[in-house]
Ligand binder design. Structure first.
Ligand code: HEM
Ligand code: HEM
Length: 228
């Protein structure tokens, strides 16, 4: 068994905070929203938290730790087809970070979540809630973004269900990915294809970059939050 450090603390915090904020966003819109008196306001604030998390994650995807980087977890079509073939045959080829198919799914989720959070900034519920940038665009633009917000939410639900199904498939094939997203360490049956040179620490990103991204995310979200 190979034990590999894969997910750094920023990725793990990002993931579980994202799950909580996205769940709250859906809960407040898809149910009566009890016990909140004004669920749409909680919805907007949860959405702003999602936006802040995504600002951090996009920056970290460009310059963060090894397995967080976009060009590390995005693979070409050939690798994806090979991975799909292996999936049918039996044991999964071990990957430390996201596997070729998972990388694509992660990109789809990050893009869809970003579209959702940004489009939300221009909406109003036509009753008493106006998102921070609603008045900065003409009414027809806001209406188009509302349609986008509605349909992209359905796409997001599909992507999240696929994400959860994929985790179950991995578990059935012996890979415990959820534990890795909690502890940061993955147990793999063999040396993974995407591991850095043995003996080096593949995890560390720059603490300075993390601090700058955190400042930017808090600054942008703080400014929008203050206008709600
Ligand atoms: C990724 C985060 C978000 C998710 C998952 C999300 C999800 C949703 C969903 C499922 C609906 C109901 C749409 C429908 O079925 O027609 C909705 C509506 C709405 N969202 Fe979001 N949203 C997010 C971010 C935001 C943000 C950041 C804001 C504003 C700050 C916002 C403001 C609104 C408003 C005002 C509505 C009501 C629109 C109407 O009455 O037609 N959302 N959102
Ligand atoms: C609102 C629901 C969810 C969303 C939007 C979501 C989103 C994401 C995203 C964006 C990533 C990529 C992480 C990164 O590289 O930054 C990811 C990975 C992951 N998520 Fe989720 N997630 C959700 C629910 C869950 C739940 C409920 C679990 C566990 C039961 C889970 C377990 C994982 C695991 C284990 C990974 C790493 C997969 C791998 O090893 O390649 N997620 N998720």
């Amino acid at each position: 068994m190979h034990q590999v450090r894969v997910w750094d603390l920023p990725i793990r915090l990002f993931h579980w905070a994202l799950v909580s904020a996205v769940a709250l966003s859906f809960y407040t819109m898809k149910t009566g929203g009890a016990p909140f008196v004004f669920p749409v306001e909680i919805h907007g604030r949860a959405g702003l938290v999602v936006l802040g998390l995504l600002l951090f994650r996009w920056g970290w995807a460009l310059g963060g730790s090894r397995h967080a980087r976009l060009w590390h977890f995005l693979h070409g079509p050939g690798a994806i087809v090979d991975y799909l073939r292996a999936l049918r045959r039996g044991p999964l080829p071990p990957y430390a970070g996201h596997n070729p198919l998972g990388g694509l799914a992660v990109l789809a989720m990050l893009v869809s979540l970003s579209v959702q959070a940004v489009s939300g900034l221009f909406l109003s519920d036509d009753i008493f809630f106006q998102a921070p940038l609603h008045d900065r665009v003409p009414a027809d633009v806001s209406d188009t973004l509302r349609t986008l917000h509605h349909w992209n939410a359905q796409l997001l639900i599909v992507l999240i269900v696929l994400h959860l199904v994929a985790l179950v498939v991995h578990r059935l094939k012996g890979e415990r990915l959820v534990g890795a997203m909690v502890t940061g360490r993955k147990q793999l049956p063999a040396r993974p294809a995407d591991l850095a040179v043995e003996g080096t620490d593949p995890v560390r990103g720059s603490p300075w970059l993390a601090a700058v991204l955190l400042l930017v995310a808090v600054g942008v979200v703080g400014w929008l939050w203050w206008q709600l």
